[in-house]
Structure formats: C-alpha cells, structure tokens
Write a protein that binds this ligand. Structure first.
Ligand code: ZN
Length: 160
C-alpha cells in the first residue's frame, strides 16, 4: 500500500480538486457522495490508473493519444479518436457505473475518455443494461485497436 506521505503535493492537490469537483457534481445531481476527503484520497491512490472497461493504462493512453494527434490518414475511427483527444487532454476520468447511483466505493471506477464516449453513445441509443453497454464498449474498442495497429501504431518502449 502506498502511503499518503509518499505522494507528491501536486498529485495530492490534483486528487483534492477531483474530490471537490465530484462532491459538487453529486450535490447538483442530488446523488449520494459516500467519501470523506481522506477516504477519497485512499480510494484514488489505491485504484490503478487503468480503464475499468478496456484496460488501457495511462502510459499506453499517452502513446495512443500522441499517435492520434499526429495522424493524417483517413481511418474514421482514428479520426474520431483524434477529435476526442483534442477536445480534452485528460487521461482517465472517474466514472459512475450506474448513473442512478451516486459516488460510492462500489459504483465508481477509473475510465478512459474513449470508453466514456462509447458508454454515452450506447445510452443515447437506448441501451440501458450495463452488461450490454460493456459488450458494446469492448467490441468498439477492439475495432479501434485493430485500426490503430493497421495504421502503423506501435507499442514499443521509447529509447532513453
Ligand atoms: Zn477505456
């Protein structure tokens, strides 16, 4: 377990900002918010920087983002992803699995932008069953990954 005192001040204030943003989001939507700042901090530090839906981690996300930003080809999926990552530079965001439930330890996870977009699209299309939503997210993510590799994306370590 990582001790709170081992976390940089920058990261701690980042987490604290998230805490306040999510708590006021919950307040505005009349949702429960079952975390104190200390509990939220603990949750955030203990939860890996990995998307709960597609499994991408922050390091890989940065590589995909960089590739997409420099992409000049015509693949529709990658062009859409490029647009998405230009709108926001955020990597992983906090996601509520069940939109009717608030911020509780079992209802939140870290999720990437792409999966969040796919989830919103599925909901807009009327898909309400979370298992079905997850299936759609996984299938579409797979399509994007195939497209990325077909278009020359590589996952090798950078030379130092
Ligand atoms: Zn994802």
């Amino acid at each position: 377990m990582v001790l709170v005192r081992e976390i940089s001040n920058k990261k701690l204030s980042h987490i604290e900002n998230k805490f306040h943003a999510k708590r006021s989001d919950a307040f505005n939507r009349c949702l429960t918010f079952k975390f104190t700042l200390a509990e939220f901090r603990r949750w955030y530090i203990d939860t890996p920087e990995v998307c709960v839906y597609c499994g991408i981690n922050y390091e890989v996300f940065k590589k995909v983002r960089e590739f997409a930003q420099g992409y000049i080809g015509y693949n529709k999926l990658i062009r859409r992803y490029k647009k998405l990552v230009f709108q926001t530079s955020k990597g992983l965001t906090i996601e509520r699995f069940d939109d009717n439930q608030g911020y509780t330890p079992i209802n939140i996870g870290k999720c990437c932008l792409h999966c969040q977009m796919l989830k919103n699209q599925a909901k807009e299309a009327g898909v309400t069953d979370i298992k079905e939503v997850i299936q759609i997210i996984r299938a579409k993510t797979k399509q994007l990954i195939v497209a990325l590799f077909n278009e020359g994306f590589e996952l090798q370590k950078e030379k130092k």
